[in-house]
Design a protein around this ligand. Structure first.
Ligand code: GTP
Ligand code: MG
Length: 1025
C-alpha cells in the first residue's frame, strides 16, 4: 500500500481508478510511475482497452513532464529578467528582442494551448475551444473519486505541486505579459495611423479605412450570468474568484443584493470604479403609479379584487427610497424633485460614478445603491437603479473579455429592469446557478431558474455551458468535524452525482440541450476554505477551477491574435494601395468575382433548406394550435383554483400589458404570466427539434457551417499574381472578418427568429387585449375572457405567426447573401480597383513590417518581414523549383522589385501556409498563422470529406496524434481504433473532428499532411484547377 496519492489522483483523473489497487500492490510511487515500461503496464492493466488508454496518457504525461522541466527552466530565466525583458521588448528593435521573445514564447506555448484546445466529441467547439469548464487531465488536481483516507498529501508532494503551480502561473503570467506587450505595440501603431487618417479628406478609401479602424477596436465581451437565491453565496463567490475580499457586498442579516451588478476589468488604471445607471424618471413614475392604481382599485367597482395583492413589496419599494416620509404621500408628492436632490444624476439621466483606491471603499460607497437592507434606516436608492457596472483593476487575466453578472432573483417587476435582465440572460455565454450545498437538490428555487429561463438562454439565447455551483462546502455538521476533509469531499461527490441526476431529469433542459455532452458541469466550492485553508487544499475548494473556467473563456491569447491579424489586414490594404499593378488587379478581380458568384449561389441554394423545413413544421404547428388554443387560453385566463375572486386584477393587468403580467411579489418573480408565450407554445414544440438542429448554441450548425465554408481562397491566387500579394492578403483577412461578423449576426438573428412567434402573436392580439381591458363592472371577468377568445378565433394569429417566422428566415438568407456580396465587392473595389493611391505621405512599411513581425513572433520560424516594394528592404521567402513554396528555417536576403515580377523567385507572404513540400522541412506555422489557417483548413476538410474517407490509409496514426494532443477523448479514440475498415474509422474520426470545430480540424489537417502529404497535395491541386 505504498503507492503515493499522486498515482491515485492521476489514475482517478484518467478514469482508470479501477486499477489503482494493482499500482498500490506493486508499490508504485511517483518516481516508479515515470519509469514504467510497457511490460510493467501489461501486468498492471491486463485489459487491452484501458491499457491502451493508459499507455497514451502515460506517454503524454512523460512528454509533458519533460516539457514542463524545460519550460520551468525557461520561465525562471525569463521571469528573473522579466523587468528588463519588458523594457527591452518595448524599446529595442531587431536582435535584442528576438532571443528573449523566443525564450518566452517557447516557455509558454504548449501547456496552455493544449489545455485550450482540448475538445471532446459532442462537446461544443466553442465551449471547448475556450476550454469552458475543462480541467487539466494530465495534472492531478482535485480528487475526483472518494477521498483518500490520508488527510493530506505528503509534504513532499505538497511542495512539488506548489512549485509546479507557481511555475505554471509564472508561465501564464509571462504569456499574458508578452501578449499585452504585443497588443500595446500594435495599438500604438494603429492609433498613430488613425490620427493621420483623421486628417485626410473623405474618399472611398479613407472612409472605408475609418470604418475598419473602428471595427478593430470593437470587443464583444462574453457574459457569465450568476443566478441563485438570496444568500446562496453569489457575491462572496465572485469576490473570492477575483481575489477581492470586499468588492461585492455580502453577508449581513436582512441585507441582500437587489440590483444587477456587472463586474468587468478596469483596463485603464488601478482604480476601482462603479458606474450606476438609473431607470428613467418616467419609469419610476410609472412604477409608483402602478402601485397607486393597485391600491386605489375599490372593492365593488370591479367584480372582484385580488386579495393577494402585492402591498408588502410595494411598501418595501416605497419605504426603501422615501423612508417614513413616503407613508401616505400622493404620487405628485413622491415625484417632487426635492426627493431626488441627493442623486441629481437620476433626474438628469446620467450615470453616477465612483472612483476609489480600494474595493472596500467602493463597496461602502455603493452599498445604498446595491442592496436592500431591512435593518437599515438610511435611504436606499436601489429601487431607482437599473444596473451597476463595477470595474476592477488587475483582473485582465480573468475579465478582459468577460463580464460576470450578479443577477439577483428571476427578473424584476419593473419593466425596464426586467427587460435588461432578460437581455443579460439572452446574451449569456455561460450560466452559473449558485446554491448552498446543503440545499442544492432539495430547494425548488434554483431549479425553477432553469425552468423559467431556459428558453431565454437556450434557443432564444447563446448559452454554451451551464454550471451548477454548490457553495459553502465547508459548512458541515458538528459531528463531522473530526474528519472534516473526508466529510466535505464525500458530500461533494455525492452532491455532484445527485445534482447531475436531477439536471438531466429537467424536461425543458433536456428538450433544448439533449445530446450535448459536457454542457453541464457541477462545482462544489468553498469561499471560506479558499481564504483560510483549514481543512481543504486550495484546489479542493474548486475556486481555482472556476478561475480557470473564466481564464479560458477570456481567451486572452486568441483575442490578441485576432486584434493583431485585424491590424495586419488594414496595413496590407494601405501598403498594397500604394502599388497596384492594374493588369494583375483586373485579372484577379475577375477571377474573384466569379468565385464570389459561385459561392453565393451555393449558399443561397442551401438557405432554402431551413425555409422549407420550417414551413413544413410550422404548418403542423398552426393546425395543432388552432385545435388546442381554447384550452391553452383557459389555462392562463381561467386557471384552475383561481376562478372568480382573486384573478380579476391579474387578468386585467395582463390585458393592459399586452398579454404579460409580472408579479410584483419577490417570491413570485420568476412566475411571469405570459399569454403570448402560452399561445405560441404548440408551434414552438413543433419546431423545437429543427430549431436546435439549424441554430445550435453549442456546435457549429449547418447555417454557420455554410458561412465558415464560404471562401474565395484569395491566397491561392498569390503564386500566379505575386504583385498583388498584399491586396490578396487583405482580402483574405476581410473575408475572415466578414464571416466572423456574419456568425455573430447569425447568433443575434436566431434569437429574434426564435421569439418571432411570440412577438407576432403579441402583435396580433393587441386589439383583443385593448378591448378586453376596457370591460368593467358586473360580469366584467366573463366578458374579458369572451373578448379574448373571440379575438383569437377571428384573427388567424397562428397563420400570421408562421408567416412572420418564415419571413424572418427569408430575411436571414437575404442578409447573409447580400452582406457577403456587397461587402466583398466593396473590398475588391477598394483594394483592386483603386489605382495607385498613396494614402499616407509617410511610409507605413515600417509599421507594416512591425505588425507582421509581431504576428509571427510566436513561431519557431524566424520570420523576416516582406520586402517593401518602395524601400526594397529584405525578405526571406524563396520558392522551390517545382513551384511549391517553402519557408526555410533561415533568412535569405532578396531584393524585390514589383515592377519586374519574376514569378520564379518572387517572394510571397503566404509561404508559411499550405504549400510546404514536406513536413520535415517545414516549420510549424505561427500561432497567428494557425489562427488564420483555421478557416481554410476547415474548408479543405469539408470540401474533401468523401475523398478523405475513401483515400486516407493512416487513420490510426492521425487519431494517435489527436489523442496525444488531447484533441479527442479516450473513449472515442478507443472506438475509432476498434472499427474497421479504415473508411469507417475515417468517417468516425471526421465526425469527431468536425464536432471539435476549427481548432481540432486544424490539428487534424496538420496531422493529415504529416502522414498523407501526397493525398493532401493531390486534393489541393485538384481544387485549384
Ligand atoms: N461557511 C461559508 N459561508 C459562506 C460561504 N460563502 C458565502 N457564505 C456566507 O453566506 C452568506 C450569504 O453570502 P452572499 O455572498 O451575500 O450571498 P448572495 O447570494 O450574494 O446573496 P444575495 O445578495 O442576497 O442575493 C454570507 O453570510 C456569507 O458569509 C462559504 O464558502 N462558506
Ligand atoms: Mg449578493
Amino acid at each position: 500500500m505504498a503507492s503515493s496519492s499522486f498515482v491515485r489522483d492521476l489514475l482517478t483523473n484518467w478514469k482508470l481508478s479501477k486499477w489503482i489497487k494493482n499500482f498500490e500492490d506493486e508499490e508504485i510511487n511517483e518516481e516508479g510511475f515515470q519509469l514504467l515500461k510497457e511490460k510493467d503496464i501489461m501486468d498492471l492493466i491486463p485489459k487491452i482497452g484501458p491499457r491502451r488508454i493508459f499507455i497514451r496518457k502515460h506517454k503524454t504525461f512523460i512528454k509533458k513532464r519533460q516539457k514542463t522541466r524545460n519550460e520551468d527552466k525557461n520561465v525562471q530565466e525569463a521571469t528573473s529578467s522579466s523587468a528588463s525583458f519588458i523594457t527591452t521588448c518595448k524599446t529595442s528593435s531587431g536582435n535584442a528582442e528576438e532571443p528573449c521573445q523566443k525564450a518566452i514564447v517557447n516557455s509558454i506555448r504548449s501547456p496552455i494551448m493544449a489545455k485550450r484546445t482540448m475538445v471532446n466529441m459532442g462537446s461544443l467547439p466553442k465551449t471547448t475551444k475556450s476550454g469552458v469548464g475543462e480541467t487539466d487531465l494530465c495534472q492531478p488536481s482535485t480528487r475526483m473519486g472518494p477521498p483518500s483516507t490520508d488527510k493530506r498529501k505528503s509534504d513532499g508532494d505538497d511542495a512539488n505541486e506548489q512549485t509546479k503551480k507557481q511555475k505554471r502561473s509564472a508561465a501564464s503570467r509571462t504569456t499574458e505579459t508578452f501578449d499585452s506587450q504585443k497588443k500595446t505595440e500594435v495599438k500604438k501603431i494603429m492609433q498613430s495611423l488613425r490620427s493621420t487618417l483623421n486628417e485626410l479628406p473623405s474618399t472611398k478609401l479613407t472612409d472605408f479605412l475609418r470604418d475598419k479602424f473602428e471595427m478593430l477596436e470593437k470587443d464583444k465581451k462574453k457574459i457569465v450570468g450568476v443566478f441563485g437565491k438570496t444568500g446562496a453565496g453569489k457575491s462572496s463567490l465572485i469576490n473570492t474568484i477575483l481575489g477581492e475580499t470586499k468588492l461585492l457586498p455580502s453577508g449581513n442579516q436582512g441585507a441582500c443584493t437587489s440590483v444587477m451588478i456587472q463586474v468587468e476589468a478596469n483596463m485603464t488604471n488601478e482604480k476601482y470604479i462603479a458606474e450606476i445607471e438609473f431607470i428613467t424618471v418616467q419609469e419610476w413614475e410609472d412604477e409608483l403609479s402602478s402601485i397607486f392604481i393597485g391600491r386605489s382599485c375599490e372593492v365593488g367597482e370591479d367584480e372582484d379584487r385580488d386579495n393577494s395583492n402585492d402591498d408588502d413589496d410595494d411598501v418595501e419599494i416605497i419605504s426603501a427610497f422615501y423612508g417614513k416620509y413616503g407613508n401616505g404621500k400622493t404620487l405628485e408628492e413622491l415625484m417632487d424633485k426635492k426627493n431626488f436632490s441627493k442623486i441629481p444624476e437620476f433626474r438628469s439621466s446620467v450615470k453616477k460614478e465612483f472612483l476609489c483606491d480600494t474595493a472596500e471603499e467602493l463597496s461602502e460607497k455603493i452599498s445604498c445603491f446595491t442592496r436592500s437592507d431591512t435593518q437599515n434606516d438610511e435611504p436606499q436608492y436601489w429601487p431607482l437603479v437599473k444596473c451597476i457596472t463595477l470595474k476592477v483593476p488587475n483582473s485582465k487575466d480573468l475579465l478582459e473579455h468577460v463580464v460576470l453578472v450578479d443577477l439577483p432573483g428571476n427578473g424584476d417587476c419593473n419593466k425596464s429592469r426586467d427587460e435588461m435582465w432578460k437581455r443579460f440572460v439572452g446574451n449569456c455565454s455561460a450560466v452559473w446557478i449558485v446554491s448552498d450545498i446543503a440545499r442544492a437538490t432539495s430547494e425548488k428555487e434554483c431549479w425553477e431558474v432553469f425552468d423559467s429561463t431556459v428558453s431565454l438562454f437556450g434557443p432564444g439565447g447563446e448559452c454554451q455551458s451551464i454550471s451548477f455551483i454548490c457553495t459553502k462546502t465547508d459548512d458541515i455538521e458538528e459531528s463531522q468535524k473530526d474528519d472534516a476533509r473526508t466529510s466535505i469531499l464525500t458530500r461533494n461527490e455525492i452532491t455532484k452525482m445527485k445534482v447531475r441526476d436531477k439536471f438531466y431529469k429537467q424536461k425543458k433542459v433536456k428538450k433544448h440541450f439533449s445530446g450535448v455532452e459536457n454542457f453541464f458541469k457541477v462545482f462544489t466550492v468553498s469561499s471560506k476554505e479558499y481564504k483560510k485553508s483549514k481543512h481543504l487544499e486550495k484546489e479542493e475548494t474548486e475556486i481555482p477551477h472556476l478561475q480557470e473556467f473564466l481564464r479560458n473563456l477570456n481567451d486572452h491569447h486568441s483575442r490578441t491574435s485576432d486584434y493583431i491579424s485585424g491590424a495586419y489586414g488594414i496595413l496590407s490594404l494601405i501598403q498594397g494601395a500604394k502599388n497596384s499593378n492594374m493588369t494583375d488587379c483586373k485579372e484577379v478581380c475577375q477571377d474573384l468575382e466569379k468565385r464570389l458568384m459561385d459561392n453565393l449561389k451555393s449558399i443561397s441554394k442551401f438557405m432554402e433548406e431551413p425555409c422549407k423545413v420550417f414551413e413544413q413544421f410550422l404548418s403542423l404547428g398552426v393546425q395543432q394550435s388552432e385545435v388546442s388554443c381554447e384550452k391553452l387560453m383557459d389555462k392562463v385566463i381561467s386557471p384552475k383554483g383561481k376562478k372568480g375572486s382573486g384573478y380579476h386584477q391579474v387578468l386585467k393587468a395582463l390585458c393592459k400589458n399586452d398579454g404579460v403580467h409580472r408579479p410584483k411579489r419577490k417570491k413570485n418573480r420568476g412566475k411571469e404570466i405570459n399569454l403570448n408565450e402560452c399561445l405560441a407554445s404548440p408551434m414552438r414544440s413543433c419546431i423545437d427539434e429543427q430549431f436546435k438542429c439549424f441554430f445550435p448554441n453549442d456546435k457549429q450548425g449547418p447555417i454557420r457551417e455554410q458561412i465558415e465554408n464560404f471562401t474565395l481562397d484569395a491566397n491561392s491566387l498569390i503564386s500566379k499574381h505575386p504583385s498583388v500579394t498584399l491586396h490578396l492578403k487583405f482580402l483574405e483577412m476581410e473575408e475572415r472578418e466578414l464571416k466572423a461578423e456574419l456568425i455573430a449576426e447569425l447568433r443575434e438573428r436566431k434569437k429574434k427568429i426564435y421569439f418571432s412567434l411570440t412577438e407576432s402573436i403579441k402583435k396580433s392580439m393587441y386589439l383583443g387585449y385593448r378591448r378586453a381591458s376596457l370591460h368593467t363592472g358586473k360580469d366584467s371577468m366573463k366578458r374579458m375572457k369572451a373578448e379574448l377568445h373571440q379575438h383569437v378565433k377571428n384573427t388567424h394569429i397562428f397563420q400570421k405567426a408562421k408567416d412572420h417566422m418564415l419571413d424572418c428566415l427569408t430575411k436571414l438568407k437575404k442578409h447573409i447573401v447580400v452582406q457577403l456580396k456587397s461587402k466583398l465587392e466593396k473590398s475588391f473595389e477598394i483594394s483592386l480597383k483603386t489605382h495607385n493611391s498613396l494614402i499616407f505621405q509617410d511610409n507605413v512599411s515600417e509599421d507594416y513590417n512591425k505588425i507582421k513581425e509581431l504576428m509571427d513572433d510566436s513561431s519557431t520560424v524566424p520570420v523576416t518581414p516582406i520586402s517593401d516594394p518602395h524601400t526594397k528592404t529584405t525578405a526571406f521567402q524563396s520558392m522551390l523549383g517545382n513551384g511549391n513554396k517553402l519557408v526555410q528555417n533561415m533568412k535569405i536576403t532578396a531584393t524585390i522589385d514589383p515592377d519586374q515580377p519574376n514569378i520564379e523567385h518572387k517572394p510571397t507572404l503566404l509561404d508559411s501556409e499550405r504549400n510546404e513540400p514536406s513536413v520535415s522541412k517545414c516549420q510549424v506555422p505561427t500561432d497567428a498563422e494557425t489562427l488564420q489557417n483555421h478557416l481554410s483548413d476547415v474548408a479543405f476538410v469539408n470540401k474533401n470529406r468523401s475523398a478523405l474517407i475513401q483515400r486516407t490509409n493512416m487513420v490510426e496514426r492521425i487519431a494517435d496524434d489527436l489523442f496525444l494532443d488531447m484533441m479527442i477523448q479516450d473513449d472515442i479514440y478507443l472506438k475509432i481504433s476498434k472499427v474497421s475498415p479504415s473508411q469507417e474509422q475515417m468517417k468516425m474520426l471526421l465526425e469527431v473532428v468536425e464536432a471539435g470545430g476549427k481548432t481540432v480540424t486544424s490539428a487534424f489537417y496538420k496531422s493529415l499532411r504529416k502522414y498523407e502529404l501526397p493525398l493532401v497535395q493531390d486534393l489541393e491541386s485538384a481544387s485549384h484547377l
